[in-house]
Design a protein. Structure first.
Length: 184
């Protein structure tokens, strides 16, 4: 609770400095959130170039909307929401099918065969997650790949926590069905 209050104070201070035209504060805001914004854009859009473009657009929208930030949630949650909206809009506009890009697992074993099997499993998992309906794919990406808690996912997607848990349960069930023995 105290940590959250401290974060909100830092957020409020940073926003106030940005609104006063402090370039250093603006750079600080961007540096603090650029990896998160690019990460979510890349995982949703599946293309590095498109993700970079989306991230730039997100920060332009953050700048335009900063006077309207009310501080009712953490600044990072607010920026995350803008990033999600931007990526969703891009997907709708281009009608592209996003492939969720999971982090590649480095080759830790000496065997070429093991490395090939691992790559195949990663490919199957990426394809299976990308094939989930959007409402399930979003909660899976945010919870499992972005590391957000149920509560953070719920706040970000404007859903009850129970709905987030139910969607994750259903998504895991769908993935188990698609992947069979791979997830056991």
């Amino acid at each position: 609770m105290l940590q959250e209050q401290g974060e909100n104070f830092v957020d409020a201070n940073l926003v106030a400095r940005c609104l006063e035209g402090d370039r250093e504060a603006l750079l600080e805001l961007i540096r603090a959130h650029e990896k998160m914004v690019y990460g979510i854009a890349y995982r949703i859009l599946g293309d590095p170039e498109e993700a970079r473009d989306a991230a730039q657009e997100v920060f332009l929208k953050v700048l335009e909307s900063l006077p309207y930030f009310r501080g009712e949630s953490k600044l990072s949650t607010w920026i995350y929401r803008i990033a999600l909206n931007e990526c969703t809009g891009r997907m709708k506009r281009s009608r592209m099918r996003a492939e969720v890009a999971l982090p590649e697992v480095p080759d830790s074993g000496p065997s070429v065969l093991e490395a090939m099997e691992e790559e195949e499993r990663n490919h199957l998992l990426r394809s299976a997650v990308a094939g989930l309906p959007k409402k399930y794919r979003r909660v899976v990406v945010l919870h499992y790949f972005e590391g957000l808690s149920y509560e953070e996912v719920a706040e970000l997607l404007l859903l009850p926590v129970g709905t987030v848990k139910a969607r994750l349960f259903r998504a895991r069930k769908m993935l188990r069905k698609k992947l069979g023995r791979l997830l056991r």
